[in-house]
Design a protein around this ligand. Structure first.
Ligand SMILES: [Cu+2]
Length: 381
């Protein structure tokens, strides 16, 4: 299942010069992004408390947010995609306030059907990385995934950009990358590193793409029939599958020399619970227990939620309290996400308040895959 109809938004990117933005949108546009893969220190719970309960973490929650014998707590080294202002990759491009909720996700890439996305990608990591997009069109030079393809194309630089190297990906956006007849005016795709598929997304290399139907974008790229957009990744991050597992355990676990650690090192993919499970971070955009920015909207606005999942052994059950959504022309307040699933849900909230938005799988809920959103009355400032 995926997507649906109706909604407008908040300012984002738009690489068109100001003179063009002031006029009608050009028929076809190339959107250029400068994106680097960078190592950062990430905090899954920056407030230090459970924002959902309004209380300190309880004894169960602490096992997921505090370091243990062979488990990483709420802080870990991650590799993420970040946007820069130009090809020198010297100045980070500030994330607009409306998109701060993306958290650990890479920058939002946008285009309208007929446009082209051009990404100048620079790898600041100590290992090879790539950008592999879903949905949009690409040649082998811009696929970002190394495998035997029969023509020697597995050796192309874009498949696995070495540390310190730069590669430009070109992704045209044909009709088949845009909304189909049953879709809304915009749909979600994603991009992620695909060099070591089992490790790269768990290390943090994942981001969203929104494609709008032809003629349905404002000059800033947002869909004309939507007032507000949110992208939420039900992102189960398996720290046992991260490129930085050993570094993180050495830095952030209490007894990295323990026998359990040896087991983690030897079998990072098959560590049984509880050791493996405790290095799972059940997050929304990299935040646990409601620690991300609070998505905020007003009664009556046309709100579009874009939901996605990551690459683990994942099943998620996103549930909005307080209001309903339409997904694929059907009304619901719960939907389903399988690994790398993508769903578009449209909401016109009629019920003001602060409401829970969470995964309904009980273990994910308990492990922190919870957030809230706020609906303000029409008259509120
Ligand atoms: Cu879940």
């Amino acid at each position: 299942m995926r997507r649906h109809s109706g909604l407008f938004a908040v300012g984002l990117l738009a690489v068109a010069p100001a003179s063009l933005q002031a006029q009608a949108r050009p028929r076809s546009h190339t959107h250029t992004y400068y994106i680097a893969a960078d190592t950062i220190t990430w905090n899954y719970t920056p407030s230090g408390t459970n924002q959902i309960s309004g209380q300190p973490f309880d004894s169960v929650e602490r096992t997921f947010v505090e370091p243990g014998g062979a488990t990483i707590g709420h802080v870990a080294l991650k590799a993420i995609y970040r946007e820069y202002t130009d090809s020198t990759f010297g100045t980070l491009k500030a994330r607009p306030a409306a998109w701060e909720h993306l958290g650990i996700l890479g920058p939002l890439l946008r285009a309208e059907v007929g446009d082209t996305i051009r990404v100048v990608f620079h790898n600041n990591l100590g290992f090879a990385a790539s950008m592999h997009p879903h949905g949009v069109s690409y040649t082998k030079a811009s696929e970002g995934a190394p495998y035997a393809a029969g023509k020697g194309e597995e050796a192309l630089t874009g498949n696995a950009v070495p540390p310190g190297a730069t590669h430009t990906y070109i992704w045209p956006v044909p009709e088949r990358a845009g909304p189909a007849s049953g879709d809304a005016s915009s749909i979600l795709w994603m991009y992620h590193s695909h060099v070591k598929e089992g490790q790269d997304p768990s290390t943090g290399l994942l981001g969203p793409i929104i494609i709008t139907a032809r003629g349905m974008s404002r000059p800033d790229g947002t869909p004309k029939d939507v007032d507000r957009e949110f992208v939420v990744a039900f992102d189960e991050i398996d720290e046992a599958s991260s490129h930085y597992l050993m570094t993180n355990l050495r830095r952030y676990a209490i007894h990295p020399e323990s026998a359990q650690v040896a087991m983690v090192f030897a079998l990072p993919q098959v560590v049984p619970p509880p050791v493996g499970q405790f290095n799972f971070k059940e997050t929304l955009n990299g935040f646990m227990y409601g620690n991300g920015p609070l998505p905020t909207m007003r009664v009556g606005e046309r709100v579009r939620w874009y939901l996605m999942a990551s690459t683990g052994f994942e099943i998620h059950s996103p549930h909005w309290h307080g209001n309903t959504v339409q997904i694929a022309h059907m009304r619901t307040d719960v939907t389903a996400l399988l690994p790398m699933g993508m769903v578009v849900a449209d909401m016109v909230p009629d019920n003001p308040g602060i409401w829970l938005f969470h995964c309904h799988l009980s273990n994910h809920l308990r492990m922190g895959m919870q957030s809230r959103y706020e609906v303000r009355p029409v008259s509120a400032r």
